[in-house]
Design a protein around this ligand. Structure first.
Ligand code: MG
Length: 637
């Protein structure tokens, strides 16, 4: 039966930790990477016992290298080497040895000779009841495409010799996928799965540093799996990800993310089969269907009584008004049209703990779903357990799951009729609705640690049912800035997830100031940005200073009315244009070097103004530099 597996090489830590993490994430099969055995302080049979205790089948020992087509005496030595591997397999209790195509300089490309070596190896393996799987490495000296590997396997013609298919090598070489379906299924020894981003790089570097779980990259994982299934393959599908970032992360997180990505793969496979009227594969328990994401119901800030007045002044400056107070907690609700902002000053519980670590910041995000219960069940099925907070008598219990840096994502009911769950918990003032120039939440930017980037992309895509767009790279004055937008399928919620390279980049400084990843930017939409900024400035809101050169450049690049440019310059408004649409936007100054608001006006424009991100990053960097200088001057005084 088709089943999921993970190679120990995907995870960091000791072999014991890796096995336990795999089992805990729900895997029942693993591939053991030989280095893990070498580093293990014990006998291979102890690994077997550990795997047995954890309910893990060891499906393969990997890899044997540089075998076929070698001159003597290396050839004879290789057969001796193979016998040692067979001894290991005996103790490990595994039947399959995976063999990578030869990279040795002195190996021969003679097809007959290499096929004969594989046949002889298979015969030796057969006497001990073992199988050999032969895999084309994308950088193999003579064999680098799966079609060549298959040709050797076919010529060798041994029932216990099959091909190992690895999506990484196949996609890196841009090998055709559809003809895989023509390989007899019982001659496929193992199917390995690895995705990668669509970047141009030599396959070996790409393999070592950029392999990732299905759905984290850009390669056609489903087409590949469908071709393997069409071939009649029914064995394990094993994740094999060499990635230094993965090995640096806790094994439990990597195993969980691997299982999440496979569950989504399985769901997509089943869906495609159902559409074509084919029988299900029964790849584990079916996930509850994703619920429809209706939008952001509220953004929750945590602060202290001491810092609250500054936050409230910022919100009121942006046109928000306090419309309600919580019945039992030190929590206020600020509102403007459909934008709800909760300010939490509680002295205990989740929010306060979050405050102690991160200071005044966004501690929770509430999303509206058409069926929040189903959305929650889906999240639970994907290893995101429900968090229940403390509630007062008669108050609504809003379920949540943990998001970036243990912030919360609440699951609320999308109700066009009104805000029933709110009314139960809050005492509203006489006018619970508050109109104003800011109409809705446009998007929120998440900053995450580079090492956690793929993990959070998988979280948003699997647990919450978002989709992602290709990654973009931008210049930061102190390094590089990378952003990938994840969004609800119909665009109701959009979250650019950002990372950076370089210790002094805006993203790095945020992570340092904030104590981890979090919401850095809250973008709110208005229909008339110019009037809004005039009014907000009059109310004391401080916006980011934009250098005059920006406007010189703008008037050179675009045909914009000089009067409009002057007004933008006077107000600090930025501009972008795409496919006839126009975009006007502005940033508030950073709040305690942690977060800022972006106010924007879209005129038929659907991007995020990424063209202006370098300007924003440079202006924020110079703002922070002058703040540091001022502090240094004060210290000198
Ligand atoms: Mg492989």
């Amino acid at each position: 039966m088709l089943r999921w597996s993970i190679a120990t090489v995907c995870m960091g830590g000791t072999l014991e930790t890796k096995l336990a993490a795999a089992a805990r994430a729900g895997f029942r099969a693993i591939e053991v990477f030989e280095n893990d055995l070498t580093f293990f302080n014990g006998r291979p049979r102890e690994v077997r016992a550990m795997a047995d205790d954890l309910g893990l089948e060891i499906i393969a020992l990997q890899p044997m290298r540089d075998f076929e087509g070698m001159p003597e005496p290396a050839r004879s030595k290789n057969f001796d080497r193979a016998e040692r591997k067979f001894d290991l397999m005996e103790e490990l209790g595994t039947k399959l040895l995976s063999l990578c195509s030869n990279v040795a300089e002195d190996s021969s490309g003679d097809v007959e000779r290499s096929a004969a070596d594989l046949a002889a190896l298979a015969d030796r393996a057969a006497t001990r009841g073992f199988r050999i799987g032969y895999e084309a490495l994308a950088w193999g000296r003579h064999v680098h495409d799966w079609m060549q590997a298959w040709e050797l396997v076919r010529r060798a013609d041994k029932p216990n010799l099959g091909i190992v298919l690895d999506s990484f090598h196949i996609c890196a070489r841009k090998n055709p996928l559809a003809p895989i379906a023509q390989i007899p299924g019982d001659r496929i020894a193992l199917v390995q799965l690895a995705d990668a981003p669509a970047i141009v790089m030599d396959p070996m570097s790409l393999s070592r540093h950029h392999r990732c779980f299905p759905g984290q990259g850009d390669w056609p994982m489903l087409d590949y799996l469908e071709a393997c299934i069409a071939a009649g393959y029914t064995g394990p599908v094993s994740l094999e990800i060499f990635n230094d970032q993965f090995r640096g992360a806790p094994a439990a997180v990597i195993a969980r993310d691997g299982m999440r990505s496979l569950q989504i793969c399985g769901e997509q496979l089943e869906k495609a089969r159902k559409t074509r009227g084919e029988t299900p594969l029964y790849l584990g328990r079916a996930l509850p269907e994703p619920a429809k994401i209706g939008g952001v119901e509220f953004i929750e800030f945590v602060t202290s009584s001491a810092h609250s007045p500054r936050l409230v002044a910022e919100l009121e400056g942006l046109g928000f008004r306090r419309v309600a107070g919580h019945r039992s907690k030190d929590v206020d609700l600020f509102r403007q049209n459909d934008v709800n902002i909760v300010v939490n000053r509680e002295q205990e519980g989740f929010a306060h703990s979050f405050y102690l670590v991160h200071g005044t910041s966004v501690c929770a995000l509430a999303l509206r779903f058409d069926d929040p219960q189903r959305a929650l069940e889906r999240a639970n099925s994907l290893a995101a357990p429900t968090y229940f907070g403390r509630v007062g008598p008669g108050e609504a219990q809003i379920p949540a799951v943990a998001g970036v840096e243990n912030s919360l994502v609440y699951f609320m009911k999308d109700s066009p009729q009104g805000r029933t769950t709110w009314d139960q918990d809050f005492n509203f003032t006489d006018s619970p609705e508050h109109p104003g120039p800011l109409k809705r939440v446009d998007h929120l930017s998440n900053v995450v640690r580079r090492s956690e980037f793929l993990s959070w992309i998988t979280f948003y895509k699997s647990v919450l049912g978002f989709r992602d767009e290709p990654q973009v790279e931008l210049a930061d004055p102190y390094g590089a800035f990378f952003s990938r937008v994840i969004s609800a399928p119909d665009g109701a919620v959009r979250i650019p997830v950002n990372i950076a390279e370089g210790g002094s980049t805006g993203v790095s400084r945020f992570i340092e100031n904030f104590g981890g990843g979090g919401v850095q930017q809250i973008a709110l939409a208005t229909d008339d940005l110019f009037t809004f900024v005039e009014q907000a400035r009059a109310r004391g809101v401080a916006f980011l200073d934009i250098p005059g050169n920006y406007y010189e450049d703008l008037s050179a690049r675009y045909d914009i009315d000089a009067g409009v440019i002057e007004r933008m310059r006077a107000l600090g408004i930025l501009y972008d244009r795409h496919k006839g649409g126009e975009f006007f936007h502005i940033y508030t100054k950073m709040f305690d070097q942690r977060f800022f608001f972006e106010i924007l006006e879209r005129r038929g424009y659907d991007l995020f103004g990424a063209a202006n991100t370098p300007i924003r990053l440079a202006a924020q960097a110079s703002e922070q530099d002058s703040a540091l200088q001022q502090r240094a001057m004060l210290d000198l005084d």
